[in-house]
Each structure stands twice: as C-alpha cells, then as structure tokens.
Write a protein that binds this ligand. Structure first.
Ligand code: FE2
Length: 324
C-alpha cells in the first residue's frame, strides 16, 4: 500500500494530487490555472511558484493526511515548458528533503493515458491523446520490464489545442472553449483544408485557410462549427485507421481537448462502427492535474525512485521513452 503525492506543472496548471494504492482511490486533486489567455512561460512559472503552497495544503487537507503519511513523491518531469517544469522539480526535491521520502519523475503524457485507463476501466485501448501541445494516436506494448506506449500517429506541426487557441485569438475570442461555444450555434459547413497523412496530422493549412475565410467575411459561428468538424474529422480518420490496423477493442480519448463534447461524440461513433468500447475520464482528470502523476507514482513504486540530483526537467520527454 502506497500513498503517493503527485505534483504537476508542465504548462498553465499547478496541481497536487494524492493517490492511495491500497484503497485504489484519488484522495485529493487540487489545482490552479494561470488565468491569462496563452502561456507566457516565465509568468506562468511565477504563478505556479506563488500558488504551490496553497495547492499543496489544500490537497493534504482534502485527503486528510499529513506530509509524513506520504510514502512517495512523484512529479511531472516532462514534456512541457522548461520554466514551468522547474517548479515541480524544485517542489519535489524540497518536499523530499523535508520529509525524507523518495522521488519519482513521471512522463506527463503517460500520466494522462494511465489515469484515463484507470477511470474508464480499460485494459488495452487505442489512445487518442489531445491537448494543447500534444496530439497523438498511441498504443501500449508489453515488454519484458513493463509497458511502453508507442506513438502510431501524431501532429506534424502544432497540437490540436494550440491550433484551436490560436484560431480563437485570431477571430477575437479567448481560447478553444469559445470555439466550442460558437460552434454549437453554427449550422452551415464551410469547406476548409483537410490534411491527414497516414496516421499523422497537419493543422497549419487548416489554420491559414480558416483565418482567410474569417477575413473574407465568413459567419463566425459557421466557421467555428466547420473548424471543429474538420479538425476532429482529421483526428477520427487517423484513429479509425489505427483501429483497423491494431484491431483494438477499446478506444479512449484523453488530454485537455478530450473534454470537448463534440469530439467525444465523434470518436464514440468511430468506436461504435468498429465494435469497440469507448471511454473518456471525467473532465477533472483530462485537464492537467496532480492526481494522474500520483497515480503513476503508485504504479511505478519506490523501486523507480531517482536521486535528487536527477530531479531535472526533460522538456522533450517522448511518450515512448518512459516504461510503466
Ligand atoms: Fe496535459
């Protein structure tokens, strides 16, 4: 039985989660998010540094445990923004020194996948991982020493979330959530550039084409509707191709963009067409959070602890470079 405290700070969110492996339960999942639109790395890191203590105390209080009750400290080691990643590294080192508990570095993308598998009770799914910076089609493969996640397809330029955020700002809105809101009021589909190469995706052409349509006077609601339909269809095509190839019987979507209801519905339909079970975790566990880091800490256990001098950020930490 292990109680693990997980620290997340890869981008705009600072989070502390606590997972109890004996109870197989999330005891706490507290977080605060950088309030500005877009991420200025240094400003976001300053925000996380200022908020960390409050988030930590809130998580301990919610879980009803003290730092001395924690067996293990896990932190998000990458991928992410260097300045932000440094916050979780420093926090993990400081807590470890204060309470004498071992530290584990966790891959942020793998944590999204694992907490989603846990929440959806899936065992061997095809994973569609969509966030601001990442968009990947992933499968797990067993190796002698554990499970490794292989990226079958991914974005060749920007992540889906970043694409939606950039487009939102170009049309005078705040972020991707505004696109979802406006899209729900759109009715007429406007043809836009669509680029899928095998299981890889490119959003640059769609971004340029969508901005051009907006400047040409296209209705904002119809355009948002069309941007969503086009980009999500690209993702569905790649996922469908991966399902046809792997013959997986489960499909999950995870990461920040997985909270979008239209994307969930479209991928759910793909799963249905292929006789797969479809799963998505509650929103709380799709946005960046500390509970997913704590959960992976519990899966790995103390044997994967690293020396404090190795608690350093890995900005380009690949999903397939981390064994569970
Ligand atoms: Fe994330």
């Amino acid at each position: 039985m292990t109680i693990c405290l997980g620290i997340e700070s890869t981008a705009h969110t600072v989070g502390v989660g606590i997972f109890d492996s004996g109870k197989r339960k999330v005891l706490a999942n507290e977080r605060r998010t950088f309030p500005e639109s877009g991420i200025h790395p240094r400003k976001a890191a300053d925000f996380q540094s200022e908020e960390f203590e409050g988030v930590l105390n809130a998580a301990l209080e919610r879980a009803g445990v003290g730092v001395k009750d924690v067996d293990l400290i896990a932190f998000s080691q990458g991928p992410g923004l260097g300045a932000c990643l440094r916050i979780s590294c420093v926090a993990a080192r400081a807590l470890s020194l204060a309470c004498g508990k071992p530290v584990i570095g966790v891959n942020h993308c793998v944590a999204h996948i694992e907490i989603s598998k846990f929440m959806t009770r899936t065992k061997d799914p095809l994973v569609v991982y969509v966030s601001g910076g990442n968009t990947q089609i992933i499968v797990g493969q067993k190796e002698a020493k554990g499970l490794r996640y292989h990226v079958m397809g991914e974005t060749l330029d920007t992540g889906l979330g970043n694409f939606l955020d950039v487009f939102a700002r170009e049309i005078g809105e705040r972020d991707a959530r505004d696109i979802e809101r406006l899209a729900s009021q759109g009715r007429n589909f406007i043809p836009l550039p669509y680029t899928v190469k095998g299981m890889d995706l490119i959003f640059g052409g769609l971004l340029t084409g969508s901005i051009r349509k907006f400047k040409g006077g296209a209705n904002k609601e119809d355009l948002c509707f069309s941007v969503q339909e086009t980009s999500y269809s690209m993702l569905c095509e790649a996922a469908e191709r991966a399902l046809a190839l792997t013959k997986k019987k489960e499909l999950i979507v995870c990461g920040g963009v997985a909270q979008n209801k239209r994307l969930q519905a479209m991928l759910g339909k793909v799963a249905e067409d292929w006789g797969c079970r479809f799963g998505v975790a509650p929103n709380e566990f799709n946005g960046d959070n500390g509970a997913m880091i704590a959960y992976v800490g519990c899966l790995l256990g103390k044997r994967r602890a690293i020396p404090l001098e190795k608690c350093l950020p890995i900005q380009k930490f690949r999903t397939d470079a981390f064994l569970v």
